[in-house]
Write a protein of this length. Structure first.
Lengths: 125, 228
């Protein structure tokens, strides 16, 4: 019970310290800069984790599709041409979902829309 | 993101032009294809030799594949689909040449091609069925038509988006990976680390051109087949 209280008070105190930093946004002390730029730290971490989770799901789906395709070819080698065509299309469609996540991650890392407002807030524009 | 060294920038400087990168390299791909066709297919002989043989193999393979999937009344659409495949393949492979970049690594080129393919498929369906083409959108039973028509319209738009982003994501990630490996590793003096990704990049170029072409062909097939 006391561990829960400790954890909750730690989270609340961190939040309070973080929010109180906004009041001092006019002066560019290193403390304020650090709090203002926490957004970018979290954004980069999010991009990395998003890519990893998407790749996990995509690899699982593709391996399942490949398994069914290979079983079909093994059962009926004459239909290998048609099965291969359908298999390639299915793999590309599943992979495109992972690519969408990659595009979002690239946008977060390289074309972040929050760069301009945050820089303005910190007075660096 | 910086592009690094590009031949287009060097060639544009004396003339003070501002051709965008993707447009310039699309023109380069067009130039390569036109020159190759002019050299090898100017006066086609009945018994093909040399370069004409290669071109004939490519074109006949594509044509057989398209006719096999679309049927005999798909023959007028072979030039468009085959051009999609060959142009996207050449543009993708151009990105692997040092000093050049892929025109398909830019969203604008991909969106234009995807829009052309999807709108053309719809027009083909309209031409073939006339007003009855709406049956493709309403589904088997008339009762669910109010739900199904918006879903079908959104699915058409999603096809454009998915074609665009699939090609863009694959080719852009290949370019970024090559650039990162080229700049950041000192082993082998700038060239050796990029070689494994080079081979993967060639494979990805082929597969992505094939996927764009095959999906466009399937959209044509869906528009041309009988409604449910």
């Amino acid at each position: 019970m006391s561990r829960k209280v400790l954890l909750c008070s730690a989270v609340v105190s961190v939040l309070l310290l973080g929010l109180s930093g906004l009041a001092f946004a006019q002066e560019l002390e290193p403390e304020v800069m650090k709090r203002g730029l926490t957004y970018f730290v979290i954004a980069v971490a999010t991009a990395g984790f998003a890519m990893a989770i998407a790749t996990f799901g995509g690899a699982w789906g593709q391996s399942w599709a490949t398994k069914s395709g290979l079983e079909g070819i093994a059962r009926n080698p004459e239909a290998a041409g048609k099965i291969t065509v359908a298999l390639i299309i299915a793999l590309a469609l599943i992979e495109s979902l992972v690519i969408y996540t990659l595009v979002v991650a690239l946008i977060i890392l390289f074309a972040n829309p929050m760069t301009s407002p945050i820089m303005k807030l910190l007075g660096m524009e | 993101m910086e592009h690094g060294f590009l031949w287009l920038e060097v060639l544009q400087k004396p003339f003070h032009l501002h051709i965008p990168v993707n447009v310039g390299y699309f023109w380069l791909a067009m130039l390569i294809l036109i020159v190759v066709s002019l050299i090898f297919a100017r006066k086609p002989s009945f018994i093909p030799k040399g370069g004409q043989n290669v071109l004939e193999v490519v074109i006949s393979a594509l044509e057989d594949f398209i006719i096999e999937n679309l049927g005999e009344h798909g023959r007028p659409y072979v030039p468009f689909l085959a051009t999609l495949f060959i142009a996207i393949l050449v543009m993708n492979l151009l990105g692997l040449v040092p000093g050049c970049t892929s025109a398909t690594a830019n969203l604008n080129t991909n969106a234009a091609m995807a829009l052309c393919a999807v709108v053309y498929a719809e027009l083909v369906g309209l031409k073939m069925y006339g007003a009855k083409y709406i049956k493709h959108y309403t589904g088997p039973v008339m009762a669910i038509a109010p739900i199904l028509i918006p879903i079908e319209i959104i699915s058409r738009l999603a096809r454009v988006l998915s074609l665009t982003f699939r090609l863009f994501g694959n080719i852009m990630s290949k370019e970024i990976l090559l650039m990162l490996l080229f700049i950041n590793l000192d082993v082998g003096k700038y060239v050796l680390p990029t070689l494994p990704i080079y081979f993967l990049g060639i494979f990805v170029c082929f597969v992505q051109a094939l996927i764009f072409f095959m999906l466009s062909m399937i959209y044509f097939q869906i528009a041309m087949e009988e409604a449910h």
